[in-house]
Design a binder for this molecule. Structure first.
Ligand SMILES: Cc1ncc(COP(=O)(O)O)c(C=O)c1O
Length: 474
């Protein structure tokens, strides 16, 4: 038994294996960047399960890499999963092995003070006032829940008493990510707790519709605690009119939360940050580092205009971690997050920010926006494609509309085209549906994508489409 432990924890073996793994990764990274390999393996879930259930291979690292989706690949045109900065990956290995936890400072140095540095940097960039601060969480879903729990406590002080008899709700754009309504349901407010606000022709939340929904909810005896704006929304990447929504919240005494999981990164770009006008007036903001800030997931900043609010969220005793629940030391982060044991999130964010501060984030964001506009104009110029909306972020929706296919068959055609196109692993794209119409959806997130990639994607869709159209006509 002890012999096995000795081998498993042998530091020289670790050195050799880690060097080998990094060599493999660097090779795979270079191949992925160049687009010399498929962006994803076409293996079915059943076959994949079978492979790992009976795995007998002798090159585990290689087999894992071969089957894994390649986020850096130029033809990765799907979800909002960003390319990981090599330096972040290196420090992830360091952080993973040190694994000090970062709930309390006694064991959380250096990740916790690093987390503080990152938060203070973001506070300034988002234009939040002094007294603002925040924490890192594992993902935007948890980040939004954390912010909404703070809102609930600030507005109702129901942490201890519960909220059994109350009818609480928030105003949310009908375009918001599903995790917002999931968070509300976790708080026990049911369907009534999410008041969907309609959007304008550009898919941005309408402030006048939010005001009307507020009046109507109050007339029904519902206590509306807050409003949640999106920057940008998941399906179309649209940014709500944040300044106007902040006016409404200020006037009506609502908590203003902005889910900026995707486009919050725009604060790093002089060209793009004006789109976030008004975000500095929010009570809380969520921004994902693993979307547009070149970090591995999950890594989300939750910022509060009044840092004090975040100490109330989970106000409870934990004698084994801290002696006083009412004191507010920034270095005991578990007081303010759902997570108790936490990975070294601060180390990861600090590593990314060191590169980002030097202008890397700005260069990346501006480059991806330029590529997205290029893709949009290629789609617009193609008579057999239709652009859904001009891009406001690096998310683009479009559909294949060949002349000979009647409109009633276009949804089926686009769905089938997508599933055929991704089967071979040459491209990856996703889809979305608006007004009962299916669109293809791409996040232009790989720094290696080029105009030729977009042209060849459209060509690929046409080729697959031509085959399918023949079978439609049979
Ligand atoms: C706008 C928005 N908010 C929240 C989330 C959820 O974030 P996470 O996947 O980090 O939990 C997403 C994910 O795509 C998103 O697009």
């Amino acid at each position: 038994m002890w012999e096995m432990m000795e081998e498993a924890f042998d530091s020289e073996l670790f050195r050799t294996r880690a060097h080998e793994a990094v060599d493999r990764l660097a090779d795979a990274f270079a191949q992925g960047q160049a687009g010399d390999v498929p962006v994803r393996s076409g293996e079915s879930p059943e076959k994949a399960f079978e492979r790992w259930d009976h795995y007998q291979g002798d090159d585990f690292v290689n087999d894992v890499i071969e089957q894994a989706f390649r986020v850096h690949h130029p033809r990765n045109l799907g979800h909002q999963v960003g390319p990981v900065l090599p330096e972040v990956a290196v420090m992830d290995l360091v952080g993973c092995f040190l694994d000090t936890g970062s709930g309390i400072f006694e064991v959380g140095n250096p990740s916790i003070p690093m987390e503080r540095v990152v938060m203070m940097d973001l506070v300034k960039r988002f234009g939040l006032p002094s007294g603002a601060g925040g924490v890192l969480t594992s993902g935007g879903s948890l980040g939004n829940l954390t912010a909404l729990l703070a809102m609930r406590q600030k507005m109702t002080e129901s942490w201890d008493s519960g909220s059994h008899e109350c009818r609480y709700a928030v105003l949310v754009s009908e375009e918001a990510h599903y995790c917002v309504s999931r968070a509300v349901k976790m708080m026990g407010w049911g369907d009534e707790g999410v008041i969907a606000v309609s959007v304008d022709d550009e898919y941005r939340m309408r402030a006048d519709a939010a005001r009307e929904a507020l009046v109507s909810a109050r007339a029904r005896g519902i206590q509306v605690l807050g409003l949640i704006g999106s920057a940008g929304s998941t399906a179309t990447g649209r940014i709500d009119p944040l300044d106007e929504l902040a006016d409404l919240c200020e006037h009506e005494g609502l908590w203003f939360h902005v889910d900026a999981a995707h486009s919050g990164a725009f604060v790093f770009s002089k060209k793009m940050s004006p789109l976030l006008k008004g975000i500095g007036r929010a009570d809380s903001i969520v921004v994902d580092f693993h979307k547009m800030l070149l970090s591995s997931g999950l890594l989300t900043a939750v910022l509060f205009k009044k840092e004090d609010d975040s100490y109330q969220t989970f106000a409870q005793k934990a004698d084994y971690l801290w002696s006083k629940e009412e004191t507010r030391e920034w270095w005991d982060l578990a007081k303010r997050t759902l997570e108790c044991t936490r990975p070294m999130l601060g180390l990861r964010a600090y590593t990314a920010l060191r590169a980002g501060r030097e202008g890397l984030f700005e260069e990346y964001i501006d480059h991806m926006m330029a590529r997205t506009r290029e893709f949009a104009s290629i789609v617009q110029d193609a008579p057999d494609f239709e652009l859904f909306l001009k891009p406001e972020s690096n998310i683009l929706c479009y559909r294949y509309v060949p002349e000979k296919v009647e409109s009633g068959l276009l949804n089926e055609l686009n769905e089938k085209v997508r599933s055929e196109v991704i089967k071979g692993g040459e491209f990856y794209l996703v889809q979305m549906e608006k007004h009962q119409q299916v669109y293809l959806r791409s996040t232009i997130i790989s720094p290696y994508v080029t105009g030729e990639v977009f042209q060849s994607l459209l060509e690929n869709i046409r080729n697959v489409g031509a085959r399918l159209i023949t079978s439609f006509c049979d």
